[in-house]
Design a protein around this ligand. Sequence first.
Ligand code: HEC
Length: 434
Amino acid sequence: MRRLFTAGLLLTGMGLAACSEETDETAPNYHRDVAPLVQQKCGGCHVEGGIGPMPLQTYADVFKNRDAIRAAVESRTMPPWMPSNECNQYHGDSSLKDEQIQLLSRWVSEGGREGKASESPGVKAPPAGGLSRVDVRVSMKEPYTPKTGDDYRCFIMDWSVDQTAFITGFQAEPGVASIVHHVIAYLVPPAAVSIYQQLDNNEAGPGYTCFGGSGAGQAAFLGAWAPGTVGSDFPEGTGIKVAPGSKVVLQVHYSTTGHGEHSHGLTAAAEIPADTSALAFKVDSTVTKQAVVMAFLNPAWFQKKMNIPAGQTDVVHRYSSDVTKSVGFATGGLFKNNMPLTFHMVTPHMHKLGTRIRLDMTRADTSNQCLMEVPRWNFNHQNNYKLLQAQVINPGDTLNLECHWDNSAPGAVDSNWGETTSDEMCMSFLYITQ
Ligand code: HEC
């Protein structure tokens, strides 16, 4: 379907090149050219009650917003696809192709013709992806009504499978889409459950306050959801082992103030709805290769060694290491040291001062290979990225992480590694097999 559509676009372009005088048949119109693109690339968020500030569902919606749309697509701020495609390629790339941007720009500059509804190719493509199968669903135990503004809350959820199993796919199911800004799920092994239970006990109401992560250590990253994300199966034949008695911690960023000038956000506390978010998993009893989610960061940073002084516009911290030397320790002996590792998924993570993050490898022959780069970091659009082609790192290669921050805003204070809103992080979760 997608290929057909692209071919259609190319034909439109060729028609143009062939005749200097544009006819109404070749000039882009809404029903035939623009609607299929906008429905597929924008419709998931720009729908009544969705996270986008205005619906883009009808000709009137799109026509009314045409100048803002052109600006947003030409600057590539919309759709919000964060990674640089020059660094690597990923499954589920939602960015627009150059010719799609040109089509939208041209449609706007030529007056935004409507065309005829009968010309519509009828493409109402829902976002591609999703789990191939849902085996286990875990949910918040009780509804939670967030505080006004930004509220970062973690909820402990029971893992219901009573024998050792493998998670082979992940999908988040946010409850009230208009207030759930993003969620991150972590897996807590049985031995660490009491630490998390304590955090929960210390606070009234469902869950506990947590800002940039699960609130404590020893939890493995499972997956993230931001508006527009669809869940997906993990790479074929791989999965994350879960022991019975484990817990899932769901970190939810609620935002009840809306975004942008067209905000439909809710402000009065009385209007805020209660949310019950859930997670769906594909689960298998065996896999060909066990996967592990490893956190890559400089361990020294935990000791407040990641100083980000106030007043500076570009603070940089870097860390490099041959991960094949320490993977045995990092995975509790599951993987062997000094053996090649395969990277499948990358999840960069910083907080609000972050501006740029890059993860790459230096090969033994000194060549550099980029794994993931987010050139304009946006805390509100965090995600995990599945590499189109898994990458192998060999003993002798180094993995390099580089983070940039801007801490120059008026009233800025020195920042450093930590869990709260004024703290920062620089790390990447890696979904690996051996
Ligand atoms: C993943 C969800 C998502 C998708 C997909 C998406 N948007 Fe947005 N859009 C948002 C959000 C959220 C905002 C509010 C600003 C922000 O948070 O970045 C926004 C803001 C905008 C704005 C700015 C509105 C203003 O304040 O003037 C425009 C224009 C826009 N989007 C157009 C588009 C178009 C066109 C597409 C498709 C090509 C698209 N968006 C796809 C979520 C999305």
